[in-house]
Design a protein around this ligand. Structure first.
Ligand code: ASP
Length: 609
């Protein structure tokens, strides 16, 4: 045995195999060894995964690197412990009969006659690096804050290694597909003026320009569009985006997008480019290629699934029932809209569960949930049947395509409320069809241009303000007069989202490419000429100098990889993520800065309002 502290570790002695360029101090990676190497003199490097004593002079040392584990048999007394960094040199041999380990790729092999060099000692790790089977998957039960505080140790776990390598492969596939499609990688700046994606900017104070701030990019939107004016033709970037949003859901302040933009194309080509990139990457990771990706209009998505991000892995489509109740005397069914769906086999749900679902629908904004169990000869059983005629009961059963044993779930309310609540209820009770593909992509197209009105009455853009209105609805914008505000909500745009398993993977649009139309949209958004000039003057100005028609898209890489890997949070596929509350237990960020640094920046701390 040699020790890093007393021996020259970088230079192996004469009789040992020489280091080589591809593998550095090792001749093989631990998990790479196969029976073909039996009899070969090899060197492996890594972390001591386990060490087991066999009597006075025999020890088994499992050495681990990112490729796997190899058992090394050491005939001398050595002091190696878990996580010690070692280089072990010896001869590959078959393990004695009956001692193979089926759970290990290298389970029939071991390295014998070992010389162990300790390259570095290690303190015992703060948690076990061996995953347990949790929910059918190999996972850790260590709490997340501890994992993040010691992320450099957590990353050694096999699952994290696999996740990082899968992510890198996805990025690499994206680059290959984009380059094959003629896209040019262009890097855009991080210190910029604000990009309007609808979130709050992270800002960076400027030392050289007191009282001025850079914004960190919410996306490369402005620059990718300007690159089209600049003749780039097809742009892409694996881009970091930063948005200072409340981290309610599974979000991070910073996230990565496959960002792209192309000139002289329509939304159809953009969707095809994205289809290729996404399906290529899925195939590379999963080993099979999902079906061609279907499209649905935003309106139909709302109507059939009650959401703009439908989970298409199961049915339970919402059905229109309003006309069935046209003559109803029952107050509960006198509503603008009545819709529902039949849950197959749902009659067996307990009364408690149904009450719980009713409470949920109320918390989502409905007045209540009408439910009926379907019995013999399609008779309905439920508290509200006494307010319904036989014809109404038969008609809803038929409209919902119900069978005996189903549970009918109905909401009577304003149309938007009925859709939204049923959409959530559908996700609450629905389960992916086992026979369906695990990955169901869908394009949602023709989004509305505006999603509502702000307190001061200005319409709020559903995407960013560079989104092209649908040509068929342009006249509404051009002839729009105050007082007809609600008409604006019916204006469609050439914007599209890609959805996977009910998650929005990304969005994009055809862009406005003339200064006149861009000014019109800014003015509808309630921006004065001065405000436009101040915030986007450079952009409107650029559009005067020869702007090709262009369109683009951006796809969230963190979300995509986490769905492919069946991870519950995107943090599992990010090397160094922040916690839910946006802090980093490893480095302590965000931290205060020194008074001197603040003075240089001309900043005096005060309590935030
Ligand atoms: N910039 C948009 C986003 O980040 C995507 C796009 O319109 O290309 O969502």
């Amino acid at each position: 045995m040699t020790d890093a502290n007393t021996a020259d570790t970088g230079m192996p002695s004469q009789e040992k195999p020489k280091p080589n360029l591809a593998r550095g101090l090792r001749t093989h990676y631990c998990g790479e060894l196969t029976e073909a190497e039996v009899g070969q003199h090899v060197s492996v490097c890594g972390w001591v995964d386990r060490r087991r004593e066999h009597g006075e002079h025999l020890a088994f040392v499992d050495l681990r690197d990112h490729t796997g584990i190899i058992q090394c048999v050491v005939d001398e007394r050595i002091d190696v412990r878990s996580e010690y960094i070692s280089r072990i040199t010896g001869v590959v041999r078959l393990r004695p009969e009956g001692t193979a380990n089926e759970n290990l790729k290298t389970g029939t092999l071991e390295i014998g006659d070992c010389d162990v060099e300790i390259l570095n000692r290690a303190e015992p790790p703060p948690f076990s690096l061996h995953d347990e089977s949790i929910g059918g998957q190999q996972r850790t039960s260590t709490d997340e804050t501890t994992r993040l505080r010691y992320r450099y140790i957590d990353l050694r776990r096999q699952r994290m290694q696999h996740n990082l390598r899968t992510r890198a492969k996805v990025n690499s596939c994206f680059r290959t597909s984009m380059e094959r499609l003629g896209f040019l990688e262009v890097e855009t700046p991080m210190l910029i003026a604000s990009t309007p994606e609808g979130a709050r900017d992270f800002v960076v104070p400027s030392r050289l320009h007191p009282n001025s701030f850079y914004a960190l990019p919410q996306s490369p939107q402005i620059f990718k569009q300007l690159s089209m004016v600049g003749g780039v033709d097809r742009y892409y970037q694996i881009a970091r985006c930063l948005r200072d949003e409340d981290l309610r859901a599974d979000r991070q302040f910073e996230f990565m997008q496959l960002d792209l933009e192309a000139s002289f194309v329509t939304h159809m080509e953009i969707m095809d480019f994205v289809n290729e990139a996404v399906l290529d990457a899925t195939q590379a990771i999963m080993g099979w290629r999902p079906d061609a990706i279907p499209s649905i209009s935003w309106h139909d998505a709302q109507d059939r699934f009650g959401t703009d991000k439908p989970d298409m892995r199961f049915g339970l489509e919402l059905q229109e029932l309003t006309s069935i109740f046209a003559e109803t005397q029952a107050r509960v069914f006198q509503a603008e809209c009545i819709k529902g769906f039949a849950l197959p086999g749902g009659s067996s749900l307990s009364r408690n569960r149904i009450d719980e679902l009713t409470e949920k629908t109320k918390s989502w904004g409905a007045k209540g949930l009408a439910w009926f169990r379907v019995g013999e000869e399609l008779s309905l059983d439920g508290a509200l049947t006494r307010f319904m005629s036989q014809q109404e009961q038969a008609a809803i059963t038929a409209a919902l395509g119900a069978s005996k044993g189903d549970l009918l779930l109905l909401i009577a309310d304003k149309r938007a409320v009925a859709n939204q609540v049923l959409g959530r209820l559908r996700l609450e009770v629905g389960e992916p069809d086992e026979k369906a593909s695990r990955l169901k992509f869908v394009w949602v197209v023709d989004f509305p241009l505006f999603e509502g009105f702000s307190d001061d009455g200005a319409p709020i853009p559903a995407h960013h303000p560079f989104t092209m209105p649908h040509p068929e609805d342009l006249s509404i914008l051009e002839t729009f007069a105050d007082g007809e505000a609600s008409k604006l909500l019916g204006v469609r745009s050439l914007a599209y989202d890609l959805v996977l398993n009910g998650w929005e993977l990304g969005s994009g649009s055809v862009r406005i490419s003339t200064p006149e139309l861009q000014r019109l949209v800014f003015s509808l958004l309630g921006m004065t000429d001065n405000e436009v000039e101040e915030r986007f003057g450079f952009m409107v100005n650029a559009f005067k100098y020869g702007t090709p028609p262009h369109a683009g898209f951006a796809l969230g890489i963190d979300r995509f990889v986490s769905i492919l890997l069946e991870e519950e949070t995107i943090r599992e596929v990010i090397a160094f993520p922040k916690t839910q509350s946006g802090s980093d237990p490893l480095t302590g960020a965000p931290t205060s800065i020194s008074p001197q640094h603040l003075r240089e920046l001309g900043i005096r701390p005060s309590k935030p309002s």
